[in-house]
Design a binder for this molecule. Structure first.
Ligand code: ATP
Ligand code: MG
Length: 565
């Protein structure tokens, strides 16, 4: 909602860039990239990387490329390519005229692989996957040289060309870098550079290739070809960094990007791995990638998060090298603060209880004016229809107050209706089972806006006219998992056993004020005393609007009660 001025906090990566600029490194340029693999939707962890990379480009008048790291065609597709672009844009970032694809470089990458072969730095290996693993050794034992390691340059050239031409089946041969099978860094033990994959249609290159380059080979070269200066990636790539530089040092390429690692975002009570998120979607555990319970950007958007709140969250958690797991409360306080300042107020009764005002004429009705925001007059006012029949929330009535703190309506007691009058409960109507189904109350018409002299009415409750209100479905959310670290929880066989069955609660009989009957997609409100809600256009039907609860209120109601007293 709000576009707050740019004031990104500094971090160790910005310090490195400042020093580089001072020393004239990279000719004073700053170019970053965000390199998602289009094998799923983006999640809040990606948002951290997006805000970091695009934020740096923005603040240093540089450039950030959106580059699809699309070297694994069997898991990738255009739906993901499009969703990722939509999500990056929605977060508020631009990438210039062109979207980049690693697959655009397949021809060049092939050429660089040939260059390594010609230099005796790469060879075609026929070991199968299992043998390759055996030869690789372990953290404590060196590996063994492949029997194919000493193939001649001519033979390697010939075999690699024939791999491209499709002469060999999947897995029959790979191209490997010739580095050091005894390196303490396993990533340098002759890593695979290319593998064969027949029969997949790549979303960009179709069936042109059956030979696909590995990430560790593709990434440094793509960075260099694009003139990336600072290649920012997450910590798990720290051990790959020597390979990143090995590739660049051994091919003829002018640009020399530098790789800098930072820690991933882990958010409590959810999972961030695309493999796991994919399972939730494919097994129908959630409604889709944009299910509001999901930590995806699309899910958060549908839930009602704003781009500004997610950017603010990324600023607050900062960028460091230490592994951390962030509390959901931090994300929630970012959206709560945004919506507190920017969301208009409205009234919705979640669990309706009918109230009949016995001294209010049957055929009368009036319009009461209500401020749309308690602190921001520029948001204006709206009119609330008031009549003899209203709804209040079941939880706002008890026959007898359970304790002194209960300031809501009780039998024989008084309460103020928000933006309206004080009412007194004269009679409680119950059904045969003893369930309260209606309250008969009297309204004091002298109490609009203020309490007459000497009158102490402490409680304020929200309400909706029963004749004018609109039935709505409200979806209330809780954490997706029951434990803070579902990713590393060893108490169950499968992480889906840790799902919170109450992550979604649906109220289908709620009533919202009539001004909300027709609102725009994504409109957000504070339903007073209940929480922040966002209109879900996708889920709504013509006769049943659906709102998602974005986040609960903290204590904001306490203040309103104080003011109205
Ligand atoms: P996953 O392991 O879930 O598939 P990934 O890292 O493979 O995630 P990519 O699409 O390759 O997903 O990620 C694109 C970029 O986003 C990478 O630079 C990656 O480091 C970064 N990224 C992914 N997850 C996180 C996270 N949780 N926190 C910060 N950055 C992340
Ligand atoms: Mg990846």
């Amino acid at each position: 909602m709000s576009d707050k001025p740019v004031s990104t906090p500094s971090n160790f990566i910005r310090h490195i860039i400042d020093a580089d600029l001072e020393n004239g490194k990279h000719d004073g340029k700053v170019v970053t990239r965000f390199p998602p693999e289009p094998n799923g939707y983006l999640h809040i962890g990606h948002a951290k990387s997006i805000c970091l990379n695009f934020g740096i480009a923005r603040d240093y008048q540089g450039q950030c490329n959106l580059r699809f790291d699309d070297t694994n065609p069997h898991k990738e597709n255009m739906e993901f390519v499009e969703a990722i672009q939509q999500d990056v844009r929605w977060l508020g970032f631009e990438w210039g005229e062109k979207v980049y694809y690693a697959s655009n470089y397949f021809e060049q990458l092939y050429g660089f692989a040939m260059e390594l072969i010609d230099k005796g730095l790469a060879y075609v290996c026929d070991l199968n996957a299992e043998q390759t693993r055996e030869y690789r050794g372990t953290l404590t034992e060196p590996g063994k040289n492949s029997p194919y390691r000493e193939r001649s340059i001519e033979e390697n050239r010939d075999l690699f060309q024939r791999m491209r031409a499709g002469e060999f089946p999947d897995g029959a041969k790979v191209l490997r870098a010739k580095i050091d099978m005894a390196s303490p860094n396993i990533n340098l033990r002759d890593p695979t550079l290319y593998r064969i994959r027949h029969g997949v249609i790549h979303h960009q290159t179709g069936s042109e290739w059956c030979l696909y380059p590995m990430y560790d080979f593709t990434h440094p070269i793509s960075d260099a070809l694009e003139g990336v200066t600072h290649s920012l990636c997450t910590l798990e790539f720290e051990d790959h960094r020597p390979l990143y530089y090995w590739v660049l040092e051994n091919i003829t390429i002018p640009s020399q990007p530098q790789q800098i690692e930072f820690s991933r975002l882990n958010l409590q009570y959810t999972v961030m791995s695309k493999r796991k998120l994919t399972r939730l979607v494919e097994e129908g555990i959630v409604e889709g990638w944009d299910d509001p319970r999901m930590p995806t950007i699309a899910g958060l958007r549908r839930r009602g998060y704003t781009p500004a709140s997610i950017r603010e969250f990324c600023d607050r958690i900062g960028v460091t090298k230490s592994d951390n797991s962030v509390e959901m409360a931090i994300l929630e306080s970012c959206i709560r603060e945004d919506l507190d300042a920017n969301a208009p107020r409205a009234m919705a009764v979640l669990h309706p209880l009918k109230v009949v005002l016995t001294n209010y004429p049957e055929d009368q009705q009036e319009l009461l004016s209500a401020a749309n925001h308690p602190k921001d007059e520029s948001m204006g006012t709206r009119e609330l229809p008031f009549c003899r029949e209203l709804y209040i929330d079941r939880n706002d009535f008890m026959e007898v107050a359970p304790n002194k703190k209960f300031k809501r309506l009780v039998s024989g007691g008084e309460v103020r209706l928000r933006n309206a009058y004080v009412i007194r409960c004269d009679e409680v109507i119950k059904d045969n089972q003893g369930e309260i189904i209606e309250l008969r109350c009297s309204v004091d018409m002298a109490t609009l806006g203020a309490n007459p002299e000497g009158r102490k009415v402490k409680g304020v409750v929200h309400w909706v006219s029963a004749r004018h209100g609109v039935r709505a479905e409200l979806r209330l959310y809780d954490r997706l998992f029951t434990v803070p670290h579902p990713d590393s929880d060893k108490s169950v066989e499968d992480f889906t056993q840790l799902l919170n069955p109450d992550a979604l609660r649906t109220l289908t009989n709620s009533v919202i004020e009539p001004s909300l009957a027709q609102v725009a997609e994504g409109s957000r409100y504070q339903f007073e005393r209940e929480g922040y809600f966002s209109y879900d256009a996708k889920a709504s039907r013509a006769d049943l609007p659906v709102f998602n609860m974005v986040v609960g209120l903290k204590d904001s109601w306490a203040k309103i009660e104080q003011k109205e007293r």
